[in-house]
Design a protein around this ligand. Sequence first.
Ligand SMILES: Nc1ncnc2c1ncn2[C@@H]1O[C@H](COP(=O)(O)OP(=O)(O)OP(=O)(O)O)[C@@H](O)[C@H]1O
Ligand SMILES: Nc1nc2c(ncn2[C@@H]2O[C@H](COP(=O)(O)O)[C@@H](O)[C@H]2O)c(=O)[nH]1
Length: 190
Amino acid sequence: MEGKLLIFSAPSGAGKTTIVKHLLSTHPDKISFSISASTRTPREGEENGKDYYFISKEEFLHRIAKKEFIEFEEVYSGTYYGTLRSEVERIWALGKHVIFDIDVEGGLHLKRKFGNQALAIFVQPPSLEVLIQRLRGRGTDSEEKLTERILKAEKELGYANRFDVILKNDDLDTACANAERLMLDFLSVE
Ligand SMILES: Nc1ncnc2c1ncn2[C@@H]1O[C@H](COP(=O)(O)OP(=O)(O)OP(=O)(O)O)[C@@H](O)[C@H]1O
Ligand SMILES: Nc1nc2c(ncn2[C@@H]2O[C@H](COP(=O)(O)O)[C@@H](O)[C@H]2O)c(=O)[nH]1
């Protein structure tokens, strides 16, 4: 059977990973995480096959040529991220719906491809300043990488209205509760 797609997109630092992890921990019976392929270096604590499939650029390009991706982006200069068709099919075969943590272009791409089978949610931080604070607080990126993420975020904040829903992420508990309601409503529709 083909399940549904729950797409969480946002500029880097808005909080989509945090919200997606919350939904996965509370509804493991209903949803499973689409593990993307990425050419970036794993961060401390990240696991291959859990957070991402960490692969080389050569392998990524080879898989593009073999048309294995439903979508992919060079999200940051020289760093590729993409959704493997096999990953979505693996999750549907488990009888679950697929939840995505994906950049803004990738999210809109999936929405165009899957239409009403997908709910595209834009996670909106209170402001660009708060997003920058969150990114700095996370402490995972060098100054150079932070600058690249912030410049991209400035542009992406203007894409919110292209999504099905805007989910404000100011207070985290409220955002998680609202995300859960959106998800359950969407999954309950035949
Ligand atoms: N509502 C919130 N209030 C305060 N801090 C938050 C909130 N939501 C997320 N954070 C924190 O902000 C940082 C960025 O969150 P997260 O990693 O989930 O963002 P992201 O959108 O997934 O970023 P990326 O696209 O880079 O993966 C994390 O340190 C997280 O703990
Ligand atoms: N277009 C896609 N974007 C993706 C995918 N997997 C993750 N991402 C997004 O990339 C950035 C950077 O992530 P990080 O883990 O390096 O902080 C973030 O916005 C992710 O949501 C994908 O398969 N396709």
